[in-house]
Design a protein around this ligand. Structure first.
Ligand SMILES: C[S@@+](CC[C@H](N)C(=O)[O-])C[C@H]1O[C@@H](n2cnc3c(N)ncnc32)[C@H](O)[C@@H]1O
Length: 245
């Protein structure tokens, strides 16, 4: 990773790609981070991603993510980046929860909504890097599981996702999830090779995502931050502030 400057035009070059620290991610990069989730990919996602890749490549079994949901999910829950809805389907929800699904990809929204139809979820098609059209302090919990590594940009730009979460979750409510990191965590073979490939294809955008940056960003916006590392995955949780910044 090479620093190419320190001013507002600062850039970093990683894997031959230039990252401009203060520029908005391009629409093409945002689109690339979600377009892979077609119906066909979603039909294999639970087995290939949550089953095999989580355990054997990223080395964080999905049971650890599910336990994070069980610890944090609240009565009025918002899910950013819904995938197939597997974790929402299997976590321990209270009686009659209200669930809002937010995703840019309509096929993911439909797949997850059908899976948890028993909760009568509300679907919102939105880019989590833009202002998400949900009311302030309207949720008790918000999950962003395996989302941040799909979202383009540096931590500075991905902070827009945390800004949405900080606004939507009521003071004292919980935000939680997990993300695959490229630095500050152990990356055993074949994780670095696969991460490089996915970044080149635009499926992942985590070449500059490091553990310290994630912890710093969470701590700037939230209280009671915990970040636990399993393989190259950070599993995190935090509490929304009483005076959100
Ligand atoms: C790797 S899947 C994670 C699914 C699920 N949370 C899980 O843990 O299994 C990433 C999800 O984030 C969505 N996504 C990616 N970029 C997005 C963006 N900029 N705005 C909203 N959703 C996005 C994708 O469409 C996909 O549903």
């Amino acid at each position: 990773m090479a620093d190419l400057g320190h001013d507002r035009f600062a850039k970093r070059r990683v894997h031959g790609k230039i990252y401009r620290m203060h520029e908005q991610p391009s629409a093409e990069d945002v689109h690339a981070g979600q377009r892979v989730y077609t119906r066909r990919v979603l039909s294999a996602y639970d087995l290939l991603v949550l089953g095999l890749s989580c355990r054997f490549i990223w080395r964080c079994p999905k049971a650890l993510m599910l336990a994070n949901y069980d610890r944090n999910v609240g009565a009025r829950h918002v899910e950013f980046g819904v995938g197939t809805g597997y974790l929402l389907d299997h976590c321990r929800m209270g009686p009659e929860p209200s669930v809002t699904l937010v995703d840019l990809n309509p096929e993911a929204l439909d797949t997850a909504a059908a899976r948890i139809a028993r909760y009568r979820p509300v679907k919102v098609r939105a880019d989590v890097l833009d202002r998400v059209p949900l009311d302030d302090a309207s949720a008790d919990s918000l999950a962003l599981n395996f989302l941040l590594h799909c979202v383009p940009g540096t931590w500075e730009q991905k902070d827009a996702v945390f800004a949405n979460a900080a606004r939507i979750v009521r003071p004292g409510g919980r935000i939680f999830g997990s993300t695959i990191l490229a630095a500050g965590v152990p990356r055993r073979w074949p994780a670095p090779a696969l991460m490089g490939l996915y970044n080149r294809k635009g499926i992942f955008h985590n070449a500059t995502d490091d553990l310290a940056g994630l912890t710093d960003r969470l701590s700037e916006r939230f209280d009671d931050v915990t970040v636990n590392v399993h393989g190259c995955v950070a599993v995190f949780g935090a509490t929304a502030r009483f005076a959100p910044v």
